[in-house]
Design a protein around this ligand. Structure first.
Ligand SMILES: NC(=O)C1=CN([C@@H]2O[C@H](COP(=O)(O)OP(=O)(O)OC[C@H]3O[C@@H](n4cnc5c(N)ncnc54)[C@H](OP(=O)(O)O)[C@@H]3O)[C@@H](O)[C@H]2O)C=CC1
Ligand SMILES: Nc1nc(=O)c2c([nH]1)NC[C@@H]1CN(c3ccc(C(=O)N[C@@H](CCC(=O)O)C(=O)O)cc3)C=[N+]21
Ligand SMILES: [Mg+2]
Length: 310
C-alpha cells in the first residue's frame, strides 16, 4: 500500500474485472435457485423517454441480467408519458409475482415526480434501494436493499483494504442515491465518515486527511492530485462527458471527478473511469435482484457470504 520509488503509481482497482466476478457469482446463484426451487429472478427496467445515455445504460443492464440467467424485461414509455400511467405500470409490476426487481431509470421527464414514483415501488422489489423504507433500514441497521453504486464502491474498498474499521473516509457529494447511502455504508463499516458538498469549506484539507475518498459530485477533475493523502484509496464515482477537440469537433470522452493521472501518482489505489464504479453498479443491481427474489420466495440465498458481500 505504501508508495516506494520503485512503484510510483497507485494500484488500479479493476472494476470491470471485479464486476465480471460478481456477475459470474450471480449466474451460479441463479442456476442454483432454478434447480432447487424452480425460481428465476425477474428484473424489470422501466425507461421513460429517449435520453441516449439512459438508453445505453438500460440496454447494458438488461443484457447483463439476461446473460446471468435472470428473466429481464425492458419497458419503454414515450417521453410524454403521464405520471399516472407510469404509476399504473409500477402498480402492475408490484402485483406480479414473477417480477422480483423493479428499476425506473432516472432522471424522469419534468411532468413526473421522481419521489412519487420511487415511493410507489414495493420496497421489497426496489432493487435500486431508493425507497424511503430501504434508506431508513440502511440508516438504522436493518437489512433492506442497498443502493447499487455505493454497494459496488464498498465491495471494491473491502477487496482492497479488508477491514475498514477506524479509517478516515471522506464522501464528496450528499445525494440520496450515492453520497448519503455511501456515508451510511462506511459508518456501518466503522469508518470515521465526513460528508462534503457544495457548501463545504476547505475541501482540499478534508481530502488530505482521508484514508478513503469517494468522489460523487459530477464535476470533472474537481479532486486534485495534491489533495490526496499518500497511499489513500480513491473511488471515483463521477461520470462526466468532457470535450476532446483533438479527436474532432463534438467528440467527448468519459472522465471521473478525480484528476486521475495526478491522483494516481500519490494514491495507494484508485478506480479508473470508465472501468471502475460503473460496471460494479450494474453487477450489484443483478445481485440485489437475486437477494430480492430469494426474500420474496422465502428461500435462502444460495451463497450469502460470497464475492465481498456487504
Ligand atoms: N458510476 C455510476 O454507476 C454512477 C455514477 N454517477 C455519477 O456520480 C456523480 C454524482 O451523481 P449524483 O450523486 O446523482 O449527483 P447529484 O448532482 O445529485 O449530487 C452531486 C453532489 O455533489 C455536490 N457538489 C457539487 N459541486 C460540488 C463542489 N464543487 N464541491 C463539493 N461538492 C459538490 C452537491 O452538493 P449540494 O448537495 O450542496 O448541491 C451534491 O451533493 C455524477 O457524475 C453521476 O453521473 C451517479 C450514479 C451512478
Ligand atoms: N434508477 C436508476 N438507477 C441507477 O443506477 C441509475 C439511474 N437510475 N440513472 C443513471 C445512473 C448512472 N448509472 C450508471 C450505471 C453504469 C454505468 C457504467 O457501466 N459505466 C461504464 C461506461 C459507460 C460508458 O462508456 O458510457 C463505466 O464506467 O465503465 C454508468 C452509469 C446508473 N444510474
Ligand atoms: Mg440527480
Amino acid at each position: 500500500m505504501t508508495q516506494t520509488p520503485a512503484d510510483p503509481q497507485a494500484t488500479l482497482i479493476d472494476g470491470k474485472a471485479m464486476a465480471a466476478r460478481v456477475r459470474a457469482h450471480v449466474a451460479r446463484d441463479v442456476a442454483t435457485l432454478q434447480e432447487r426451487h424452480g425460481l428465476t429472478p425477474g428484473l424489470h427496467v422501466v425507461i421513460v423517454g429517449d435520453n441516449p445515455a439512459s438508453q445505453i445504460y438500460v440496454r447494458n443492464k438488461v443484457a447483463q441480467a439476461t446473460e446471468a440467467g435472470l428473466a429481464s424485461v425492458k419497458h419503454e414509455l414515450p417521453a410524454g408519458t403521464a405520471e399516472a400511467d407510469l404509476l399504473a405500470l409500477v402498480a402492475r409490476l408490484n402485483a406480479d409475482p414473477a417480477v422480483h426487481g423493479i428499476l425506473v431509470q432516472l432522471p424522469l421527464p419534468p411532468q413526473i415526480d421522481e419521489q412519487a414514483v420511487i415511493a410507489a415501488i414495493a420496497p421489497e422489489k426496489d432493487v435500486d434501494g431508493f425507497h424511503v423504507i430501504n434508506a431508513g433500514k440502511l440508516a438504522t441497521g436493518g437489512d433492506g436493499l442497498v443502493p447499487c453504486t455505493p454497494l459496488g464502491c464498498l465491495i471494491m474498498l473491502r477487496d482492497r483494504l479488508g477491514d475498514l474499521s477506524g479509517l478516515d473516509a471522506l464522501v464528496i457529494g450528499r445525494s440520496n442515491i450515492v453520497g448519503k447511502p455511501m456515508a451510511q455504508l462506511l459508518l456501518r463499516e466503522h469508518c470515521t465518515v465526513t460528508v462534503a458538498h457544495s457548501r463545504s469549506r476547505n475541501l482540499a484539507d478534508l481530502c488530505r486527511r482521508a484514508d478513503i475518498v469517494v468522489a460523487a459530485v459530477g464535476r470533472a477533475h474537481l479532486v486534485q492530485g495534491d489533495w490526496i493523502k499518500p497511499g489513500a484509496t480513491v473511488i471515483d464515482v463521477g461520470m462526466n462527458r468532457v470535450p476532446t477537440p483533438e479527436k474532432g469537433a463534438g467528440k467527448t470522452r468519459l472522465a471521473g471527478d478525480v484528476d486521475f493521472a495526478a491522483a494516481r501518482a500519490v494514491a495507494g489505489a484508485i478506480t479508473p473511469v470508465p472501468g471502475g464504479v460503473g460496471p460494479m453498479t450494474i453487477a450489484c443491481l443483478l445481485k440485489n435482484t437475486v437477494t430480492a427474489a430469494c426474500r420474496q420466495a422465502g428461500v435462502p440465498l444460495p451463497s450469502p457470504d460470497s464475492s465481498g458481500d456487504a
